[in-house]
Design a protein around this ligand. Structure first.
Ligand SMILES: CC(C)(COP(=O)(O)OP(=O)(O)OC[C@H]1O[C@@H](n2cnc3c(N)ncnc32)[C@H](O)[C@@H]1OP(=O)(O)O)[C@@H](O)C(=O)NCCC(=O)NCCS
Length: 198
């Protein structure tokens, strides 16, 4: 979507920035990894398809994406590409019957040496906060490969509830309604600080 094309979110350990053409090559190299393809349920794309995908993330109003930078690495190198470690996405959809705005959420810390340092945790929570405050979403859904226990643990720890398991897709679906109890918890974890990108 265009709404966040100039938005930079400042966290304690991460910076979230818009996905631009200059980032595509590094992103494309990550996604050659068979492990990441399985964990994120992604199909491999050619470099041209990845450029088209970046444009679609920028232009389609039902897609919101941010790239994740390690704040520590960026503060010491001032190098955006060196600091780039992953991404987080929201796919927006409506549930007509309840007039709810729902989004499927995704997170990836592609660079292994940056995993297990609470960077995925903070990035996902900042994205959820952005979804709640700026996109006015009412519900979040996470669909995770049943073997991806780390990610399932993480979403359960974020107070998502498991609602189904698909034996066909080998996938677990978890969801979280945006209610007062949960937003109070979310506010205790992250503070949405927005600056202009560029
Ligand atoms: C899953 C992923 C996003 C977690 O991000 P991370 O920065 O590595 O993990 P964090 O340090 O933020 O951990 C957050 C929580 O996730 C869970 N978790 C993450 N890695 C874990 C591991 N190796 N073992 C057990 N639990 C783990 C824990 O609940 C953890 O909370 P805790 O540290 O208080 O126990 C990251 O490992 C990743 O991107 N993996 C590859 C792609 C992927 O699986 N994406 C998710 C698809 S939906």
């Amino acid at each position: 979507m265009k709404l966040n094309e100039n938005v930079k979110i400042i966290g304690r350990k991460v910076l979230l920035i818009p996905y631009e053409e200059k980032h595509v090559e590094k992103y494309h190299n990550w996604m050659k990894s068979a492990e990441l393809q399985i964990l994120t349920a992604s199909e491999p794309l050619s470099l041209e398809e990845e450029y088209a995908m970046q444009k679609s993330w920028r232009n389609d109003e039902d897609k919101c994406t941010f790239l994740i930078l390690s704040k520590e690495t960026f503060d010491t190198t001032n190098d955006e590409l060196k600091s780039l470690i992953g991404d987080t996405n929201l796919f927006l959809q409506y549930e007509d019957d309840q007039n709810e705005k729902v989004a499927e959420c995704e997170i990836m810390i592609a660079e292994k040496e940056y995993r297990r340092k609470k960077l995925g945790w903070e990035s996902m929570l900042l994205m959820l906060k952005y979804g709640q405050c700026i996109l006015n979403l009412n519900k979040f859904v996470a669909k995770i490969n049943e073997n991806n226990e780390n990610s399932i643990y993480m979403f359960k720890k974020m107070n998502f509830n498991e609602i189904s398991r698909s034996e066909i897709f080998h996938e677990v679906t978890l969801e979280r309604k945006v209610d007062e109890t949960w937003t109070t918890w979310l506010d205790s974890q992250v503070d949405l600080q927005i600056e202009s990108y560029k």
